[in-house]
Design a protein around this ligand. Structure first.
Ligand code: PBG
Ligand code: ZN
Length: 316
């Protein structure tokens, strides 16, 4: 076995997987009425961008050759339904327009969910008993998707884990004549504690409760295949598994079973683990991030959503 590992060039010749900038998608946070870009304490190196500074980092993503950016809004106009995200002139509309105006060639993915825009932090409006109302959410998510598509979003990525959301978005997009806008479904999204830093980043901590009635139980693998099958049947063009690192088995099974364009979300907590381990001198952040990306690719990911996208692209 060692003859094939003898030199750099032989290793390169027999290498099975690669990671290129176009395989990575950079998530970005845009906060309205923010005076200057602000570091996120639990994610060293990641910022909440202003509606102005977002353009600079989008340009960096474009010139690094990244596959896409994914936009998250940090709203100051929250209510029970997250209505600001369904409104022309709202933050979602403005941030997508801003990035597409500055970087028309850059693929812009709009995260489609309500938790960044609801005052309670859940992914859809609450009923009187405090439960997320599935059918009200999917009715609204179609409206939100159309706002994002009108603003120029190239892909819509629903992350709320409501039943029927893919069909609802497809129908709304088609009715509004966005017949060519693909849907990247957060198809198997787990109720994970590794999202911790994201909730600080996106300012969407839950007032009470958790997301266990709509996101998946980390104990389940077969169920992920059923979730993904439903989303494909409803019209998903690409599917995603989230989180990433602790769920590589799920990623592998989804890719093997369906052969769809399959993405992994290397989430905030995974990024934070590397950063803080590196700060403690335990490992080399750059090398670890690159290795992680290769492992996602080996496990079957066509692409990876990762906060390390620019740092990895720089090394390639
Ligand atoms: C919200 C959403 C979350 C993430 C992306 N979209 C958080 C959650 O579901 O609680 C997590 C991303 C990350 O942790 O990096 N629908
Ligand atoms: Zn959500």
């Amino acid at each position: 076995m060692r003859r094939n590992r003898g030199t750099d060039s032989i290793r390169k010749l027999v290498r099975e997987t690669t990671i290129e900038p176009q395989h990575m998608i950079l998530p970005l946070f845009v906060e309205e009425t923010l005076a200057e870009r602000t570091p996120i304490r639990s994610m060293p190196g990641v910022y909440r961008e202003t509606e102005q500074s977002i353009v600079n980092i989008a340009k960096d993503a474009q010139s690094a050759g990244l596959g896409a950016v994914m936009l998250f809004g940090v709203s100051h106009h929250k209510d029970n339904t997250g209505s600001d995200s369904m409104r022309a002139g709202g933050l979602l509309d403005r941030m997508v327009r801003r990035v597409k105006d500055a970087c028309p060639e850059l693929v812009v993915i709009a995260d489609a969910c309500f938790c960044e825009y609801t005052d309670h932090g859940h992914c859809g409006p609450l009923t009187h008993d405090g439960c997320v109302d599935n059918d009200a959410t999917i009715e609204n998510i179609g409206k939100q998707a159309v706002i994002a598509a009108k603003a120029g979003a190239d892909i819509i990525a629903p992350s709320g884990m409501m039943d029927g959301q893919i069909a609802a978005i497809r129908e709304a997009l088609d009715d509004a004549n966005f017949i060519n806008t693909p849907i990247m479904a957060y198809a198997a999204k787990y109720a994970s504690c590794f999202y911790g830093p994201f909730r600080e980043a996106a300012g969407c901590s839950l007032n009470k409760g958790d997301r266990k009635t709509y996101q998946m139980d980390p104990a389940n693998g077969d169920e992920a295949l059923r979730e993904v099958a439903l989303d494909i049947n409803e019209g998903a063009d690409m599917v995603m598994v989230k989180p990433g690192l602790p769920y590589l088995d799920v990623l592998y099974r989804v890719k093997e079973t369906f052969g769809m364009p399959t993405f992994a979300y290397n989430i905030s907590g995974e990024y934070a683990m590397l950063k803080f381990a590196a700060e403690a001198g335990a490992l080399d952040y750059e090398k670890a991030a690159l290795e992680m990306m290769l492992c996602f690719r080996r496990a079957g990911a066509d692409g990876i959503l990762t906060y390390a996208a620019l740092d990895v692209a720089k090394q390639l």
